[in-house]
Design a protein around this ligand. Sequence first.
Ligand code: NIG
Ligand code: FE
Length: 415
Amino acid sequence: MTPFEPLVSPASHASLASADGVWTHLRLATKASEQAAIVVADGKIGWVGPRADLPAEFAALPVHDGGDALVTPGLVDCHTHLVYGGQRANEFAMRLAGASYEEVARAGGGIVSSVRATREASEDELFASAAKRLECLLAEGVCAIEIKSGYGLTLEHERKQLLVARRLGEAFGVTVRTTFLGAHALPAEYAGRSAAYIDLVCEEMLPALAAEGLVDAVDVFCERIAFSLAETEQVFKAAQRLNLPVKLHAEQLSDMGGAALAARYGALSCDHIEHLSTAGIEAMRAAGTVAVLLPGAFYTLRDTQVPPIAALREAGVPMAVSTDHNPGTSPALSLLLMVNMACTLFRLTVPEAIAGVTEHAARALGLQATHGAIAVGMPANFVLWDLREAAELAYWVGQRPVRCVVRQGRVALHD
Ligand code: NIG
Ligand code: FE
């Protein structure tokens, strides 16, 4: 394959224009009727508030004219499987012809077919294909992203995926949180030996990868076609021994009781949760676990079981929204489209959906101190949108409303 030049190499990210100065002619999405200003100093938010209240000490700084743009915090995509080999359009066609996701998986397709392609791909090939996908997300204002392993399923190939995830973060100057998902599917060579595979995950793969600094969190696919509740708990215990936070693919196709288990382990998030029970909601509320909604997978699988949004809302469980980008169930590369779908399919309000891709998504990654808000002291991550009002973020489908992205204190993208 041809050598790949990332759009923004490590050196060039550092050489992008600094965002330091006063950003004026802005309207914060949370209060679009008011003129606001943002001060960026040393790549961090130095001040934010109504333009009229800008302290005199900042008046002499260089000015960036926002041109009356609407502003949100940089977006956070808190659940992706961005690094993998190949693609699975053939399964999309099989499902159109009537096969279910479970049937495709049981017929040797599904996750294990991406495992084959991922094992065959070199690190550079994986980097090149994932970089293209990442560029789509960044162009829409994503400033932090979670990337899971789970298509390698051996120490060597899980490491390869996680190394690519780290490289992407460095190359593009974007915050990447890596999640080890060794317990994503049973690899073919362990057919009928699930217990032995989970032992390998817990005793060899996870400790080795964690020691290499490649793991920020640990996830499991707890489902009839994946791993049981007991196996999930075994992985959580291994994570706990290493002081790593956990999260869970929970109650996507059935109610396995995974969310309550994850909450007992203080999970950062439970994701999918179409079949979440009342007990699961209560456990998540008590533990402060974020509910990550993945309308792209719901849509692609033509699911009909909507997550219990009203009950989550009533319980005060924070709801995040993410692409779940993966080659099987959510080939989506637009977080704004997920905002639209969260509103249309799941009936989130616009402010809920926006919080879902900013504040609550940051929390789902344990990044609430640095991402998901425009607040004094945080690294400067914000997006200027060519829009009049916040509802337009959820309303348009396929528009490209980004005017400018400030990522990690640099002007990463502008029109
Ligand atoms: O989040 N649910 C499990 N994992 C992915 C699907 C991965 C695949 O089909 O390749 C998901 O939907
Ligand atoms: Fe997923």
